[in-house]
Design a protein around this ligand. Structure first.
Ligand SMILES: Nc1ncnc2c1ncn2[C@@H]1O[C@H](COP(=O)(O)OP(=O)(O)OP(=O)(O)O)[C@@H](O)[C@H]1O
Ligand SMILES: [Mg+2]
Length: 271
């Protein structure tokens, strides 16, 4: 299922007339302390927007506010194909999840609870099993269907949660450091899966990550959260050459982007 293409013309930063999720002037206070203020972000269908920033900057808070899990000021709009405004459907993979390792709940139970009203002791119909297996196959996790949640490794659990977040495919997928427990092979698989989903479903993705190399490789937009707001947003090249970002992360990536530019020129000459 592809999301509809938006013809909304008042989206100023939309370069290609795609549908758009707008975060307008978000602010969050917790226990009376201002965590985020004046946060503005536009995300177009097919965009992979990476959210970067130091520990405690407010990245997870931003995702939870977008989800509606914590209260915020400002508004969230999804502009659809008919110039209409709706609430976007969302999938979410949290930064951490506290699971009872002794619980008998299986991966199949988790999906069934999300999609049916069947009690846990019920023998699930074959078509439910097949649907769950298909969902898990998206993240190469179909072999995990009968495992107990408590016995999954960190990386396996993240695959299951990503598959669950994608069933049904949402307008907006929110991933909070979803690969923190995944090994190198799983990491590449994860980013390839996310890239394929992006293309196939025109999915908007917001990914919080501390892995700046992978962000530079896979994201097409980057938002830098610092001092309680988004201090800069743009292409990876724009953000990673921004003075505030360089200072915060101690980066010297000038050569990296020069090299990429040289590669582009070399590739262009080969065509
Ligand atoms: N329930 C709460 N009450 C008060 N302050 C909170 C609460 N939850 C989070 N905070 C504070 O909000 C700030 C932002 O936290 P958040 O978890 O969003 O940071 P983060 O950017 O995701 O950090 P990390 O990279 O370590 O995951 C922190 O200073 C944190 O202590
Ligand atoms: Mg966080």
């Amino acid at each position: 299922m592809k999301h509809p293409i938006c013809v909304n013309s008042d989206c100023k930063i939309c370069e290609s007339s795609l549908c758009c999720t707008k975060i307008n002037n978000f602010g969050v206070k917790r226990s009376g302390i201002e965590i985020l203020k004046n946060v503005n972000l536009h995300i177009h269908c097919g965009d992979l927007t990476a959210v970067i920033g130091p520990n405690g900057a407010g990245k997870s808070t931003l995702l939870k506010a977008i989800l509606g899990e914590i209260s915020h000021t400002g508004e969230l709009q999804f502009l659809d194909a008919n110039n209409g405004t709706t609430k976007p459907s969302m999938g979410y993979v949290p930064q951490k999840l506290d699971l009872d390792s002794t619980s008998p709940t299986s991966v199949l139970d988790l999906f069934a609870a999300a999609h049916t009203n069947l009690p846990i002791w019920f023998t699930y119909p074959k078509k439910i099993r097949e649907r769950v297996r298909e969902s898990l196959a998206l993240t190469h996790g179909e072999h995990l269907i009968n495992k107990r949640l408590g016995e999954l490794s960190g990386g396996e659990l993240q695959r299951v949660l990503l598959a669950l977040a994608l069933d049904p495919v949402p307008h907006l997928l929110l991933l909070d450091e979803p690969v923190s427990g995944i090994d190198q092979k799983g990491l590449e698989l994860f980013y390839q899966t996310v890239s394929t989903l992006r293309k196939n479903y025109d999915l908007s993705i917001i990914l919080v990550s501390h892995d700046l190399n992978l962000v530079a490789e896979y994201a097409n937009r980057v938002a830098f959260v610092n001092n309680r707001t988004i201090e800069c947003c743009g292409t990876p090249q724009e953000v990673f050459t921004n003075e505030k970002v360089i200072q915060t992360f101690g980066l010297d990536w000038s050569n990296r982007f020069q090299r990429v530019e040289k590669d582009w020129v070399a590739n262009a000459l080969l065509v």
